[in-house]
Structure formats: structure tokens, C-alpha cells
Design a protein around this ligand. Structure first.
Ligand SMILES: [Zn+2]
Length: 378
């Protein structure tokens, strides 16, 4: 992957290239920022640049042997570590080797992704993912091997916050004094959760979410029309992964919009039949769609609140397509019940991701909505 193929992040690329030119790039680097950025793809392109036999001023050559191997993810000194969950038939000392073929296929198809995408690809969305101590042993072993290419060895650890504490402790020495010319790149969405002894050993680079205009460019470059790119970018809150999903499947979001409308109508009028019809319809969605729909509801609620606070502000285009009148909905919300409504949705998302009973969770949320929608503003 070339640096120029990474959307946006111009300052960050420049910073990395400068540090290489000045010989200031550390053997352990931490790219951190919220989910939905291109930080993993950036780490991959950066490693390729460092391995390139004929690097240019601002990018890899894309043609040398190393670049060709990076493109096929077959560079022999490129290693990955990532969260996983136990699957049927896995050995007791399970580590990333077991998933490597899946992983390489997955990242070659979409180098910009979120953990949920990877876990649902493994069909383990419902399980607790982690990077275990067996994986730490594997990493140490890999980095102790002699370099095949006679150059640096690369290890990209995706989401080190998922390292089990014993696995993290085991890696400390390797991070401090990596063997040979190893370069370790950590991609974190939650660096607060990392051991301070790990973060203190790393050079840090913050990876921001892209601007709306960069999101639109990215979507258009993926072959989407300007209109659907604009619509998706307007609701994706700078998340590249969500923006692409929304743009590729705007029908699904329209369906979520209609669902939310029916739900809120049922709750507002306290019609039990309508509420239960919604609960059944929602329950019929698969788990990932349920979480996605709830996140969309949460966002809709926030936008409805924003629309009320700044009533002159034009509504986002995707909402203009919904039959659902956000301004009407916003008129029953005020400071007090709005924060309660956000809490109800937050809790439902949390409970569903903890594998609670969906019917009970959504029925409970419905009755809470019924009550809070009828609280009058003070
Ligand atoms: Zn090259």
C-alpha cells in the first residue's frame, strides 16, 4: 500500500517521512485515535516505505521486490498481531497463527476497517476478544528470528489494548529492546487502557478522523456517486468505515430510519401493540444490524436535538429522505428527557453487546421511552 493511497492524513504522513529523513523514527511507535480512521492502513504503508529498496521523497517506489511483496502481504519480515476469540476446533495454545490466512485475506480486501468487522468476519462477534499470552510468546519468537530480507522486521499490533495483562507484561522487554532491527507499530483506539510502561516506550502519533470533505473524496474514489458520498459523509461523524457502509447501503439506513419512526410513534402514543410489533421486527434483525440500528437511532436523536437547538440549521440530507419529521419529534424533546433518552439507548446498546435478551432489552427501553417522551419541559 502506498502512502498516497491513504485518504487524508497529510500532516501525519509528512511527520513520519520527516522523522525517517532525520533518522528520528523510533523502533516502537504508537498510532492512536478514535475508531474508523485509516491508522492501520497508514502503518502498513509506512512499513512498506521503510522496507522499500528505492524509496522516493514522499512515497515508496511501488515497484521494487519489497514493495511487490508488501502489496501481496507476503513480505517475509512483516508480522501482525490482533485480537481474536476462541473458535471451535482451535488448539489450546491458540495464537494469531491460527487466524493468519483469514486475517491477510481480510485486510487485503479492506485495509480500513473496525474491530467489529474483523470479529464478525471470524463469526465471533458475540465473544470477548483478546490478545493472549500465547500470542505474546509467538510475537517474541517471530522478532527473535533472523530477518529474511536482511533488513528491518515489522510487527503491527492492531489494538494492543486487547492484550491480556499477562501478555502485555511479557512484551515489555521486547518493546524496550527489540531484537535486531525490529520496528513495532501499535495501533490503538484506547491508549488510556494500555500499560503506562508500554506507552512510555513508544513514539506517539495522533491519528485524527478525516474532515467531511476528505470523507467525500474517499467515497467518490471508491466509485460512489457524489450525492451518496455527501449523504453518507454528513451522518458518518468522520468515521471512514461507517461512511463507506452507509454509502454502499443507504437503503438499509432508510429502513432503520423507518423503524425508528415507527418505534417512537408507538412509544409516544403508548400503543402496546405497535410497541410489540416493533420489538418483533427489531428482534428479527441479526445482532450486528441491531447494534448498528441502535447507533443510528442514537445519532438520529442527537441530530434531532441539534435541529431543535439550532432550528435554522438545515437537516442532514439522509434525514430529508426519511418520511419521519425530525422537527416534529424534536418538539417533544427538551433538556431533561433528551438526556434520559440518550441514556436509554446507550444502555440498550451496551446490554445487547453483552448478549442480553433482545426482546426484554427493547421492550424495557420502549416503556422508558413512552414515559420520558411525555415529560413536559420545566
Ligand atoms: Zn519499493
Amino acid at each position: 500500500m502506498l502512502l498516497k493511497d491513504i485518504p487524508g492524513l497529510y500532516e501525519e504522513k509528512k511527520h513520519l517521512l520527516d522523522s525517517v529523513r532525520r533518522g528520528r523514527n523510533s523502533h516502537a511507535q504508537l498510532f492512536h485515535g478514535r475508531s474508523g480512521t485509516a491508522s492501520f492502513a497508514l502503518a502498513l504503508a509506512y512499513a512498506q516505505y521503510l522496507a522499500c529498496e528505492n524509496p522516493g521523497e514522499d512515497d515508496s517506489c511501488g515497484e521494487c521486490g519489497s514493495c511487490k511483496q508488501f502489496e501481496k502481504l507476503s513480505y517475509p519480515d512483516l508480522h501482525f498481531s490482533f485480537p481474536f476469540a476462541r473458535v471451535a476446533g482451535a488448539p489450546t495454545n491458540l495464537n494469531c497463527d491460527f487466524f493468519l490466512k483469514d486475517w491477510l485475506h481480510f485486510i487485503s480486501e479492506r485495509p480500513i476497517f473496525e474491530l467489529g468487522d474483523w470479529l464478525s468476519n471470524l463469526e465471533v462477534s458475540n465473544k470477548q476478544a483478546q490478545i493472549n499470552v500465547h500470542e505474546s510468546s509467538r510475537i517474541i519468537q517471530k522478532l527473535n528470528l533472523k530477518s529474511y530480507a536482511g533488513k528491518a522486521k515489522f510487527l503491527i499490533i492492531y489494538l494492543p489494548e486487547y492484550l491480556h495483562p499477562s501478555a502485555a507484561n511479557k512484551l515489555l522487554k521486547t518493546l524496550e529492546e527489540p531484537s535486531g532491527d525490529s520496528i513495532i507499530l501499535l495501533i490503538s483506539e484506547d491508549p488510556e487502557k494500555l500499560l503506562q510502561t508500554i506507552t512510555s516506550r513508544c513514539q506517539k502519533l495522533y491519528i485524527p478522523r478525516p474532515k467531511e470533505s476528505e470523507l467525500i473524496d474517499y467515497l467518490e474514489a471508491r466509485g460512489l456517486s457524489r450525492e451518496s458520498a455527501q449523504n453518507a459523509a454528513s451522518v458518518a461523524e468522520g468515521n471512514l468505515v461507517h461512511a463507506l457502509k452507509i454509502a454502499e447501503d443507504s437503503e438499509r439506513y432508510l429502513q432503520y430510519g423507518a423503524l425508528f419512526q415507527n418505534w417512537m410513534r408507538g412509544c409516544y402514543s403508548a400503543k402496546v401493540q405497535e410497541i410489540f410489533a416493533f420489538v418483533d421486527e427489531f428482534n428479527a434483525l441479526d445482532k450486528e444490524s441491531q447494534k448498528e440500528a441502535l447507533r443510528f437511532f442514537l445519532q438520529t436523536l442527537q441530530i434531532a436535538l441539534g435541529a431543535k437547538v439550532k432550528s435554522e440549521k438545515a437537516l442532514h440530507p439522509i434525514y430529508q429522505k426519511l418520511a419521519f419529521k425530525l422537527d416534529g419529534f424534536a418538539s417533544v424533546l427538551h433538556l431533561k428527557n433528551a438526556s434520559m433518552a440518550l441514556e436509554v439507548l446507550d444502555k440498550a446498546i451496551y446490554d445487547i453487546s453483552r448478549n442480553g435478551n433482545v426482546k426484554i432489552i427493547i421492550s424495557d427501553a420502549s416503556f422508558k421511552f413512552s414515559n420520558l417522551l411525555r415529560i413536559k419541559a420545566a
